[in-house]
Write a protein that binds this ligand. Sequence first.
Ligand SMILES: *[C@@H]1O[C@H](CO)[C@@H](O)[C@H](O)[C@H]1NC(C)=O
Ligand SMILES: *[C@@H]1O[C@H](CO)[C@@H](O)[C@H](O)[C@H]1NC(C)=O
Length: 356
Amino acid sequence: MMDHLRLSSSSSSSSLPFIFLLSFFLILISSSSFSSSVSAASFNVTTLSFDEGYSPLFGDGNLIRSSDGKSVRLLLDRFTGSGFISSDLYQHGFFSAKIKLPSDYTAGVVVAFYMSNGDIFEKTHDELDFEFLGNIRGKKWRVQTNVYGNGSVSRGREERYNLWFDPSREFHRYSILWTNKNIIFYIDDVPIREVVRSEEMGGDFPSKPMSLYATIWDASNWATSGGKYKVNYKYAPFVSEYSDLVLQGCAVDPIQQVSAAGCSEKDAEVESADYAVITPRRRTAMKNFRSRYMYYSYCYDSLRYSVPPPECVSVPEEKHRFKETGRLKFGGHPRRSRRRHGRIPVGSSSEDQSDI
Ligand SMILES: *[C@@H]1O[C@H](CO)[C@@H](O)[C@H](O)[C@H]1NC(C)=O
Ligand SMILES: *[C@@H]1O[C@H](CO)[C@@H](O)[C@H](O)[C@H]1NC(C)=O
């Protein structure tokens, strides 16, 4: 969204108000036409109460259950962030929550909703991420997805997107489908990214049982314009909310987690559910989302990967928008940063060495 405004600031001053208005209408048109093309149907899922499926992870005092136990708030204040974790590990499944993000000034704040086994497999961990990156006042939250497999921390697979709505105003469903064959990230019922497993990906495709995590934390030195904007605790506490919690997969005992052999029945159930199918309508919604809202893709970052990783599929409608840095040709978000580990207080070996 800000891209248009940034472009207009370099134009001659006399045409500035006109370009500003034009950009504004273009924004209105493009967002409304996208959201109206998105169907309102939602997945047929069974939701859990917090205590049925999850446990506090850190910052317990900043984890607040609703009175009916069905939703939970995670707060970040000047003393600590907070987080929760699924009580079981899962070998494949569908993992989802409706999430509402903190509003107003959220620079430096990161909300993460992800699967990982970094606590158990320190050197060979798997991970599937949604990361919501806070922003300065008036600018929207941005979203990053990422995939690691078997400790592939030197090969980040980041994509970054703007959204067609304000995620701090209302709840939207964020979901991760993970099967033996593919991974799909959904926002509401729009598949925003699919990773199809290929032989060449080898261990880079997550294969070991993972837990689901939700966390809010201070990423001042990374999240917003490479750390230029820090968390400002004048606006604390920062409140994220989670409801309609879903864990549909093969639960694996944390102690005997390696014996995930009995999962074939549950796998079949997950793979035949409606969320496992990208219908032609969803395929179109995915294409539209990606060609409008994706603003960084590792697949188009040829400076970083001279040969794109094997799962990358070059889509002309997407590719023509990107420079060889994987960033947008026009009004891309100039950002140089090095992500610092920090969302889990102990144990994770997740360290993204990328420079986005
Ligand atoms: C939703 O799922 C349940 C159980 O998984 C099933 O019994 C029910 O028929 C499904 N409903 C629809 C509308 O598909
Ligand atoms: C994962 O990495 C370990 C250690 O490097 C290796 O021994 C193992 O074969 C890898 N597993 C897969 C599935 O690639």
